[in-house]
Design a protein around this ligand. Sequence first.
Ligand SMILES: Cc1cc2nc3c(=O)[nH]c(=O)nc-3n(C[C@H](O)[C@H](O)[C@H](O)COP(=O)(O)OP(=O)(O)OC[C@H]3O[C@@H](n4cnc5c(N)ncnc54)[C@H](O)[C@@H]3O)c2cc1C
Length: 295
Amino acid sequence: MKAAPFAYARPAALSDAVAELVDADGGGKVIAGGQSLVPVLAMRLARPTTLVDINAVTGLDALRTVGDRLEVGATVRQRRVEHAPESAQVPLLRLALPWVGHRELRSRGTVCGSLAHADPAAELPAVACCLDAELTLTGPEGERPVRAREFFDGAMTTALRPEDVLSAISFPVAGAREGFGFAEIARRHGDFALAGAAAHVRVDDDGGVSAATMTAFGVSDRPVTRDLTSLVRTTGGDQAELAGALDEVVREVVDTDGDAHASNGYRRRLLRALAARELAKAHRRAVRGTAEVES
Ligand SMILES: Cc1cc2nc3c(=O)[nH]c(=O)nc-3n(C[C@H](O)[C@H](O)[C@H](O)COP(=O)(O)OP(=O)(O)OC[C@H]3O[C@@H](n4cnc5c(N)ncnc54)[C@H](O)[C@@H]3O)c2cc1C
């Protein structure tokens, strides 16, 4: 099928992109990499009156470290982030990006586009929530910051208003005593996750756990983040002990009725195993203090 007719705008300034969205009066849609939007248009599941292409907007392609944050502009491709030296400072991004679809798709798809699309089984929203990233939304009144953990309202639903552009996201740069883990189970490589877990652990100078966070994805209508500091502390980061201790958290976090691909019980088993393994890895990496992502 072909897309329904729409007007096309390719502004060069962010304010003009917002003005186009305002003029479209709720019928406008931003297009960035088009990796999710174009299939939806072709199936006529979306029928915007105006497509606002942000790829010519000056300044949105910035990928840079500012102080202790990594800033990623709205048109920065996922593949660029995967390989940029700057992103090594955010190891969780480097761990997660290879799981996003296929290389060709990441060459066009943007980090911000994945967040704006808000698929509950997508990897990058989980990374943003686990790291408590900050999003910049630009609308007619100017910029407003929104924390990733408050951005997702449900499946494909976010704090973005029809006239807003998600102009950038910023991630905290990792410290020496922080470790990360990321994994998912999908039916085939490149598919969305049946269940997945992103993990972050920070230890103090004596090796004691000072913070531990897990974000689950693919198991609810949005990424779900839990503070697991006391659980990782009491288990000492031991994977088997963690798996046992995670029962209650997993029961509460997995919130689906099951579907054609996986039952609720199967998703719970997957999440329990993944979360225990990735938290244990994150703990080991934090103790080693190398912020490495390889092993
Ligand atoms: C075969 C296939 C497999 C895939 N597998 C995966 C996968 O495993 N994991 C995964 O996460 N994704 C997967 N995807 C989805 C896709 O890769 C991502 O959703 C995509 O990268 C989104 O970025 P984009 O720049 O292409 O967004 P677009 O397609 O351009 O836009 C997506 C949505 O976000 C909105 N939007 C985009 N940018 C902005 C912005 N800056 N401000 C406001 N709104 C914006 C658009 O209006 C649209 O509603 C897959 C897609 C395909 C076709």
